[in-house]
Design a protein around this ligand. Structure first.
Ligand SMILES: Cc1ncc(COP(=O)(O)O)c(C=O)c1O
Length: 403
């Protein structure tokens, strides 16, 4: 896809968005906390119907605070256009349904956020939409599975919660080959939530669409729900049409907080990268830890691939504890989480505070043993979303909880 001009650095784009010119007015975009807009004259309604973007009519359609953040996200992520939603799931579901109807098929990898995986498994078949899975290390399987009904290849990397790294370039390569075979456009969609744009630029590799739970690193303070879809102008237009009907529009106040958070995005996520690497290194040496999975560790099975396609390794770390004497792995993991004093035992990720969760109790709670095996999830695993606290305090906290 065509890239927006992006000469200023990510930090600059995250602060100023498109406003790199002299302007008169407030430095921060105010919160337009309104559901509707007064017309100067009824002519405005006609101008809106004809597509004049300067006419606002109703916040489910658009809102100046929301639009400001959408414009900023598009330039941050090197896309043509972006849409903001009420949550990551609203963004993902609308992005997919905008181009997928009954009888169509999606190709995916099993390492998905639990909510997405369950939506694919339990809900999409009710609308006669099938999801077929490839092995993440065998992207050529896309060519075998694709047919004229395939509309989307959807994947995540690094994956939740096991932090597997999927080869973005290979996914794109085999999807394009599959397109030549079927003669139909297949949209490549990536959920870039775990890496975020600071660490991974999917458009650089030819991905068509980025979805993101802005609740996580973009929001960064565990205080909003939001989601984003970024892509070509033409595709975003299609998504917008459906978004108006499905109604998962972003709330102006949440959009305001998100716009505020983006100003420190580069600082926060940069610090999270550093803290995560230091914590992962410290925990890897701990005698009560079986293994640490972090793409930035040389011991990670896909470290070389991570180094190739990521510019930083992110703030997510997965550890597997050794069962304590007389306790199961799950009981031991629960005891460690309950014993933490700095890190917080809570779901979600990406905030400034370090959060821990046990995948079999959270994202993977409703999965069968077979599914857990496919996803590589074991009961002793603790997922850590590393925050921006003093890293010595975090290391000491995990050491005391493990003891
Ligand atoms: C990778 C990933 N994608 C999407 C989502 C869904 O986002 P939201 O909770 O904002 O709907 C989550 C939520 O945890 C996630 O971890």
């Amino acid at each position: 896809m065509k890239k927006a001009k992006s000469t200023p650095s990510l930090a600059t784009r995250a602060i100023h968005g498109t406003k790199l010119y002299a302007y008169k007015g407030p430095v921060t975009t105010p919160i337009y906390q309104t559901s509707t807009y007064r017309f100067e004259s009824s002519e405005d309604a006609v101008r809106y119907a004809k597509g004049d973007p300067s006419v606002y009519v109703y916040t489910r359609y658009h809102n100046p605070t929301v639009r400001d953040v959408e414009e900023k996200l598009a330039v941050m992520e090197n896309g043509e256009a972006a849409l903001l939603f009420a949550s990551g799931m609203a963004a993902i579901s609308t992005a997919i349904l905008a181009v997928t109807k009954a009888g169509n098929e999606i190709i995916s990898t099993p390492g998905l956020y639990g909510g997405t995986y369950r939506w694919f498994r339990d809900e999409l078949p009710k609308s006669d939409i099938a999801v077929k899975y490839i092995h993440p290390d065998r992207p050529a399987e896309i060519e075998k599975l694709a047919n004229s009904r395939t509309t989307i290849v959807y994947f995540e990397t690094p994956t939740n919660p096991t932090l597997d790294v999927v080869d973005i370039e290979a996914i794109v390569h085999h999807t394009r080959k599959a397109e030549r075979k079927t003669g139909k456009k297949i949209l490549i969609v990536i959920d870039n939530t775990f890496a975020s744009i600071l660490n991974q630029d999917p458009f650089h590799y030819g991905v068509d669409v980025i979805t993101e739970s802005a609740t996580k690193y973009l929001g960064g303070h565990s205080d909003i729900m939001a989601g984003a879809v970024i892509g070509s102008e033409e595709y975003i237009k299609q998504v917008k049409t459906l978004a108006k009907y499905h109604g998962g529009c972003a709330d102006p106040f949440a959009a305001f907080l998100l716009g505020r958070s983006l100003k420190t995005f580069e600082l926060r996520v940069g610090r999270q990268n550093q803290n995560a690497l230091a914590l992962a290194k410290a925990l890897e040496k701990h005698r009560k830890i079986n293994r640490v999975l972090y793409p930035g560790l040389p011991s990670h099975p896909k470290h070389a691939l991570a180094k190739k396609q990521m510019s930083g390794f992110g703030g997510m770390v997965l550890v597997e504890v050794k069962p304590s004497k007389g306790k199961s792995a799950l009981e031991t993991a629960a005891k460690v989480c309950d014993g933490l004093k700095v890190a917080v035992n809570a779901m979600s990720l990406g905030g400034v505070e370090t959060l821990v969760s046990i995948p079999v109790y959270s994202s993977h709670i409703f999965m069968t043993d077979k599914e857990l095996k496919t996803h590589g999830v074991t009961p002793g695993m603790i997922r850590i979303s590393v925050g921006v606290e003093g890293v010595e305090d975090l290391i000491a906290d995990f050491e005391q909880a493990l003891e």
